[in-house]
Design a protein around this ligand. Structure first.
Ligand SMILES: CC(C)(COP(=O)(O)OP(=O)(O)OC[C@H]1O[C@@H](n2cnc3c(N)ncnc32)[C@H](O)[C@@H]1OP(=O)(O)O)[C@@H](O)C(=O)NCCC(=O)NCCS
Length: 188
């Protein structure tokens, strides 16, 4: 039976790198379940998520149920030249003529944001995102998400994210993505 979402109950806390590593299997399980990916995707992602912890400005927020199981997470870090995602977006901006805006000059990359399906639709994702961005460094926050409409889109628009790139194809993924951004800090 699905849990009734209760947006003010689940504790959300910042995870240290050590806590994140020890919760990695749980975190990847939330990710593949939320995204509807096959379980094998979790193993493929594990080395990348572990490497991300080392990046400048990395921070992670986790949400827990009353049995201390991870039910949602968000993480990100400072984006810098040479990182795969940064270079992909730079290419897209160059092609679209959007490079002049300076989006990539100083930004926090929202890399992952996922809530277990049983807990979606109650405001938990927004709480995680707000807490993650509270102390995030960077003039802007940037993210990429598959073209909508999805609940993620509604969340990002509600929080004031605007278009950086639309219908963009990242290398190796046939799906069209949007890159969205907004200035930091996020207002209360
Ligand atoms: C995207 C995602 C993280 C959003 O988290 P979420 O907890 O489901 O969503 P939100 O925090 O935005 O909550 C939104 C809903 O809760 C409702 N809500 C917000 N605050 C609430 C409150 N205090 N009480 C009750 N409901 C509330 C809103 O009305 C909203 O409804 P709607 O989306 O139907 O318009 C989550 O849905 C998810 O993991 N999706 C799959 C993975 C994914 O797409 N990740 C993003 C990839 S870029």
């Amino acid at each position: 039976m699905s849990a009734v979402p209760s947006p003010h109950r689940e504790p959300i806390i910042e995870l240290t790198a050590e806590q994140f590593r020890s919760r990695l299997t749980e975190a990847l399980n939330v990710y593949v379940t939320a995204m509807g990916y096959p379980a094998s995707t979790a193993q493929q992602r594990a080395p990348m998520w572990t490497a991300h912890v080392q990046r400048e400005g990395w921070r992670c927020i986790g949400a827990f149920d009353d049995r201390d199981e991870l039910i949602g997470l968000g993480y990100g870090y400072i984006g810098t030249p040479g990182q795969w995602w940064h270079e992909q977006v730079r290419r897209g901006l160059a092609l679209s003529g959007g490079a002049a805006h300076g989006w990539l000059d100083d930004y926090f990359e929202l890399t992952e944001l996922h809530v277990h399906p049983e807990y979606q639709g109650g405001g938990l994702g927004e709480r995680i995102l707000r807490k993650l961005l509270e102390s995030a460094r960077g003039a802007n926050v940037l993210l990429s998400t598959p073209e909508g409409p999805t609940r993620a889109w509604r969340l990002y628009r509600r929080l004031g994210f605007t278009d950086v790139l639309r219908d963009y194809r990242f290398t190796g993924d046939p799906r069209p993505f949007a890159v969205l951004g907004r200035p930091l800090p996020l207002e209360a």
